[in-house]
Design a protein around this ligand. Structure first.
Ligand SMILES: Nc1ncnc2c1ncn2[C@@H]1O[C@H](COP(=O)(O)OP(=O)(O)OP(=O)(O)O)[C@@H](O)[C@H]1O
Length: 461
């Protein structure tokens, strides 16, 4: 159904709150070339005035020929009259985890390119086939609580900076290829897509052999509803003191049978522990068992102490594995996965755990925490001082300190934004920027039996 490709592009444009400039991330593969071509045709329609396209190709420099492929995409964009940038991944590359590192770098370079070209958002060519592979891979890893439980989101905020939109998440790759073939456009097949050393490639061939499409545990709509409820539970039941300790009322603490509450609690714990992900399934079971038993005591998981007392549940960073960090003038670095610290001084600063500094204990007691909790929690609180022992006269120290929310600051799935905002508020951060598209677009990727635009007569934009 090649016509479905253009129809999906039109639906996507209608989903925008207001017309804007879209950067299309074009690898040179069929999906992203199809996306660029379809958007270019759809924007050509008279009623889509106000939209414009730019494009970018990332040359990861990981295999011979990548620069030539990027040049071929540049030529394709020039034919369409679409401004295009090639950005190359320069510098040292890691020996392990190259796929994940390449993904992070790709989004960073795409966001930089969007800023350089004045684009308001990024569109990628992820398809329903990619979605199925992602669901299978995340399922195999037991990612049942986190973002994995709902598959890939149609919208994703990168680095708190720019929204990445996936208009083709409901389309099959075969339809996109039929569309390109009908237009006489060729594409590259990335040789790594045939390398069985990669998990995705193995999953792809398993899926091709199977007749059943994998389903996510939750749909995006269910996930968004769960997020909203988790946000409300956070607002009602969690207080965070001085960004280093959380307090939860005793009657709510053991309510781990409620999946939304469990996710809310674990998300707050992940921020306190400086983690980017929720714990694995076995750890969640262990935490649930401890809290549901309702007995006073302490357990540690994911770098966080769960301190259960008759007065309530208290969470704080375990005082272990806390390294020192030197920050040069003007530089921003992350300490312990928990705090982004910017040095506003003219000489280096060092961040360590609190050590003997008694101020934190008092601050936490003043905030209303029991003194035992205050004492323990303050041991892992940040202490910022001149890096050189002989530097004096820096009081107060000029440093900007903000909480890092590892779960969401790099990649925030659109359906989790309400919950992410609730967590951000707890830790004194600003809300995340809103997406440029209406919510209805978030349902895009999961319309299995028909395409999202079918029967939808609403005017969105
Ligand atoms: N090197 C790249 N430069 C620009 N965008 C890219 C690049 N690699 C991936 N993308 C974007 O991310 C999307 C999904 O990435 P994935 O790795 O599945 O793509 P691919 O298989 O390399 O290419 P395609 O999806 O276009 O066939 C692509 O459709 C494209 O929009």
């Amino acid at each position: 159904m090649p016509e479905a490709v253009i129809a999906t592009a039109r639906y996507f444009l209608r989903a925008f709150i207001e017309p804007c400039r879209i950067l299309v991330a074009v690898s040179g593969g069929s999906d992203s070339k199809g996306l660029l071509l379809a958007l270019h045709s759809a924007i050509g329609d008279k009623d889509r005035e106000g939209f414009s396209l730019v494009a970018c190709t990332i040359d990861h420099g990981l295999r011979p020929g990548s620069a030539d492929e990027a040049a071929a995409v540049a030529a394709f964009c020039a034919e369409l009259g679409v401004p295009h940038l090639v950005c190359r991944w320069e510098g040292d590359k890691p020996r392990t985890g190259i796929q994940a590192a390449a993904r992070h770098k790709r989004y960073e370079l795409l966001a930089d390119a969007a800023a350089a070209l004045g684009a308001d958002c990024i569109a990628t060519g992820h398809t329903l086939d990619d979605q199925h592979e992602t669901i299978v891979m995340r399922g195999a890893r037991g990612e049942g609580e986190g973002a994995g439980s709902a598959g890939m989101a149609s919208t994703m905020l990168y680095g708190r900076r720019i929204w990445v939109l996936r208009p083709f998440l409901g389309l099959r790759r075969d339809d996109i290829r039929a569309f390109l073939t009908a237009r006489g456009v060729a594409w590259f097949d990335d040789p790594s897509n045939a390398n069985p050393l990669f998990e995705r490639v193995r999953v792809r061939s398993e899926l091709a052999a199977s007749k059943e499409a994998p389903a996510a545990r939750w749909s995006a709509a269910q996930r968004a509803a769960s997020s909203a409820r988790a946000a409300a539970l956070i607002e009602s039941h969690v207080r965070v003191h001085e960004t280093v300790a959380a307090e939860i009322a005793a009657e709510q603490a053991g309510n781990l049978g409620d999946a939304d509450w469990r996710r809310a609690l674990l998300s707050v714990a992940a921020v306190l522990g400086g983690r980017n992900h929720l714990p694995v399934h076995a750890t969640i079971e262990r935490i649930s068992g401890f809290l549901q038993a309702g007995m006073p005591g302490r357990m540690t998981a994911g770098g966080v102490v769960y301190d259960r007392r008759p007065s309530g549940l208290y969470l704080y960073r375990e005082a272990r594995n806390l390294s020192a960090l030197v920050i040069e003038p003007g530089e921003t670095k992350t300490w312990d996965g928990r705090f982004n610290v910017t040095n506003g001084e003219r000489s280096p600063l060092m961040v360590t755990a609190k050590g003997q500094d008694g101020q934190w204990d008092q601050r936490l007691i003043d905030a209303g925490l029991p003194s035992g909790v205050a004492k323990r929690a303050s041991r892992a609180a940040p202490h910022i001082a001149p890096a050189a022992a002989n530097v004096v006269g820096m009081s107060p120290i000029q440093a900007k300190v903000e909480c890092r929310i590892g779960l969401y600051d790099a990649f925030l799935p659109g359906f989790d934004r309400i919950m992410a905002d609730a967590v951000a508020m707890l830790f004194g951060r600003e809300r995340y920027p809103a997406p440029p598209v209406h919510d209805v677009f978030d349902r895009n990727g999961e319309v299995a039996g028909g395409l999202p635009w079918q029967g939808d007569t609403r005017t969105l934009c």
